[in-house]
Design a protein around this ligand. Structure first.
Ligand code: PEP
Ligand code: MN
Length: 732
């Protein structure tokens, strides 16, 4: 509503305003201005009275859960009445409509304070610290004022940070309660760094806000456009005003880390030939003046911001919701299309789909998707349940009140769309959502999972929300750099217990490849019972494993012992193994749950099958869907074998979970002579593959030499496996 110059008073018609134009005595402009001032005060008073009435309605609606939040029919009638009255009084119906739209928008927002977010009286309602990137009066700071205007917060403290990651760090450390970060701009596109942070950090989206960016050229008081030499701003702002800047002869642009920061620097340095591009608010904040308003090349320049919190915040089910998620698809033809179909089948409207490359996986993409609706609505629950069959990784970033009207909502108020006239009851009926009381504090991804169960028959343990096998749902196939577990191919992962040297690894890879294995194993970090035993070569060993794997085109699997190593090992290994001793290392499970690599999860020495599944649930609920389970023998009273291979675990797991199941006969047996019979038993029992230790020179092995298969053993094993697999319609 900014006027381009200072002429707004002169355009007012004193006759309409109720002044007395006949009396020309004294200064007529001053007199008319007096009239305008009085009318403006009346306008404010009337607006306040109108808002009070709207609040009373909001209060009523918050108590009556059946009432619709919006009455589109009534709003249309209001617009029509305003248009008629405006024209009768000789003012533009368009102008009157714009004013009414603002008033209605604000009333609606104001009513939200009755409809959830922080409960009145809660800690969040008393005070909140909110972080943003930039300095006071930057666009993020302004958007904070807008989004918190209708949140029940008594005291708001704003903390500016230099970068986006620093804001999220402060959230994680508890220094701030919320973060408001920009996610996309209608001219510049997505802010990828923020997307990447959302994908990897344990935070959730709790709100969105849209800010209309109105770039102004700001200078020192007394500065003149003709005398400018330098214009500073954020590179995106400079780019958005490129045409305007091109017309300023002899002026150079200078990049600055943010718009308001540029204004601050101009004020601090006090050089009249230096100006900044920032908001009008920044001019007020730093004592600058607006040299030129509305200098953006594009008339519409909107930035969408996300309000980020530590946990999901419940809100009234009648408020239109939006959900954001990030996922990656497995490498099968049509996988993305299948994902999109899952939403379409539930009649869910997608509002955004964007792909981003993944740092450690060239030419594989992550998709950022927004849809209309809450993650707990039955349709969303069903869609997310189905989509899992096609995704490698999925994280719900949050469900939150939607700020951007849907097409349907816009059309309902647009007289040009008579057919779009909707009854209020139809709008209310489309939101058949109840916010479950128990889900109030649940992280978003867990909330998604909760609903997953309701769609079909409940699994034995209700906590097996993601790992449990649902009737009619397909079994998962887990892709490991092109090798698929759970398909018709029976996967052999073979290699030495430990990585010992370059030569040992090259010879191992040759051996493994020659016998038709699909994957090579090798431990770089070894969990040894005795502290004096060989502990593995560590990251140097990882490099040797990866090098040998590349040389023979074999994806590699290796064990990770510490949560802090997950990212580094995941950067080069194709699959992360969580060993038996770590099956209930929950910190490690959570970390591999965040990783973008498939996980081989081995059953603990004394773990029940249910505990194994719950461990897998940790990984899946972290967002990582690529989990392969491994039975590797359990502790019993029997001492004839290293462990007792629980062969029944294979069919039991197949009954309970959709995840692929493989068997490690090496660590179960502990002796070479037992490995082949146990391996054959596993295949016959329906396992999806085997992980087996072999060594080019077993006598020299530094670890588990008694159970390492030789070249001849591998030949015997493969020959004996073939007929068993053929009988099942499988192959190597
Ligand atoms: C291994 O596979 O190298 C290993 C140590 O196995 P587990 O964790 O099953 O003992
Ligand atoms: Mn071993």
């Amino acid at each position: 509503m900014d006027a381009p110059d200072d002429s707004k008073d002169e355009t007012a018609d004193p006759a309409q305003a109720g002044g007395d134009p006949k009396d020309d005595a004294g200064d007529p402009v001053a007199r008319h201005r007096g009239t305008i001032d009085r009318l403006d005060r009346d306008l404010i008073r009337l607006l306040a009275e109108r808002l009070q009435a709207a609040r009373a309605i909001g209060d009523h609606r918050s108590r009556n859960k059946d009432a619709a939040l919006r009455d589109d029919d009534r709003e249309r009638r209001l617009f029509e009445a305003w248009a008629r009255e405006a024209e009768d009084r000789g003012i533009s119906a368009y102008f009157a409509g714009r004013v009414l739209r603002e008033v209605l928008n604000w009333s609606r927002r104001d009513q939200e304070r009755f409809l959830g977010g922080a409960a009145p009286g809660s800690a969040a309602a008393r005070s909140a610290r909110i972080g943003y990137q930039g300095v006071p009066a930057c666009y993020s700071d302004l958007a904070i004022g807008k989004i918190f205007a209708t949140r029940e917060v008594a005291r708001l403290e704003r903390v500016g940070f230099r970068g986006f990651a620093a804001v999220i760090d402060a959230m994680e450390s508890g220094e701030i309660d919320y973060a408001l970060l920009p996610i996309e701009n209608t001219i510049a596109g997505s802010i990828n760094e923020v997307y990447d942070l959302l994908g990897h950090r344990p935070v959730t989206i709790v709100g969105e806000e849209v800010w209309e960016v109105e770039h102004c050229l700001l200078g020192l008081p007394g500065a003149r456009l003709e005398e400018l030499r330098v214009v500073r701003s954020h590179p995106v702002a400079l780019q958005q005003c490129a045409k305007f800047l091109d017309r300023l002869v002899g002026v150079t642009s200078e990049s600055f880390h943010d718009t308001a920061g540029a204004a601050q620097a101009v004020a601090r340095e006090g050089v009249p030939s230096v100006a900044a591009i920032a908001s009008e608010d920044a001019a007020r904040e730093y004592g600058l003046v607006v040299l030129k308003r509305d200098i953006s090349d594009q008339p519409v320049n909107l930035t969408r911001f996300l309000l980020i919190g530590r946990e999901a915040e419940p809100f009234d089910a009648r408020r239109p919701a939006k959900t954001s998620l990030v996922f990656s698809v497995n490498h099968r033809r049509g996988a993305l299309l299948e994902c999109l179909k899952c939403f379409d089948a539930q009649g869910i409207n997608l509002t955004k789909l964007e792909s981003r490359p993944q740092a450690n996986a060239p030419w594989e993409y992550q998709f950022y998707l927004d849809f209309e609706g809450h993650v707990t609505e039955p349709g969303a629950v069903a869609a997310l349940q189905e989509i899992r069959a096609h995704t490698n990784h999925l994280k719900v970033l949050g469900s939150y009140p939607r700020r951007i009207e849907s097409d349907r909502e816009r059309q309902a108020l647009d007289p040009a769309h008579a057919g779009g006239r909707l009854r209020a009851s139809a709008v209310a009926g489309s939101v058949a959502r109840e916010t479950p009381a128990g889900a109030a504090g649940a992280p978003a991804s867990e909330a998604a999972a909760t609903g997953g169960v309701a769609a079909s028959e409940p699994p034995a343990n209700p906590a097996l929300r993601l790992t449990g096998l649902k009737s009619g749902a397909p079994r998962s196939r887990v892709d490991v750099s092109g090798v698929e577990f759970g398909g018709v191919r029976f996967v052999l992962a073979i290699g030495p217990c430990a990585v010992e040297s370059r030569q040992q690894m090259m010879e191992s890879a040759e051996l493994v490849k020659r016998h038709g294995a699909a994957i090579m194993r090798g431990g770089a970090f070894k969990p040894r019972t005795s502290p004096y035993a060989f502990q593995g070569l560590g990251f140097a060993g990882l490099d040797l494993l990866v090098e040998a794997g590349r040389a023979y085109e074999l994806p590699v699997v290796t064990e990770v012992l510490h949560p802090e190593d997950v990212e580094r090992i995941g950067a080069s290994a194709d699959m992360l193994q969580v060993g038996a001793r770590n099956m209930q290392n929950f910190a490690l499970l959570k970390e591999v749950g965040r990783a973008r690599r498939p996980v081989l999860l081995k059953r603990g020495l004394s773990a029940t099958i249910e505990e194994l599944l719950l461990a897998a649930e940790y990984v899946m609920s972290g967002g990582n869907h690529r989990v392969v389970l491994c039975e590797r023998g359990i502790r019993t009273f029997e001492t004839a074998t290293r462990n007792t291979l629980d062969i029944s675990a294979v069919p039991v797991l197949k009954e309970r979970t959709h995840l692929p199941v493989i068997v490690d006969p090496s660590h179960a047996a502990g002796r070479r002579s037992l490995v082949i019979p146990l391996a054959l038993a596993a295949a016959a029992a329906g396992a999806d593959g085997l992980i087996i230790e072999a060594h080019p020179h077993p006598d020299d092995a530094r670890c588990d030499k008694e159970q390492a298969l030789t070249d001849e053993d591998l030949a015997t094993l493969v020959a004996a496996l073939r007929p068993i697999l053929a009988a099942q319609g499988r192959h190597l």
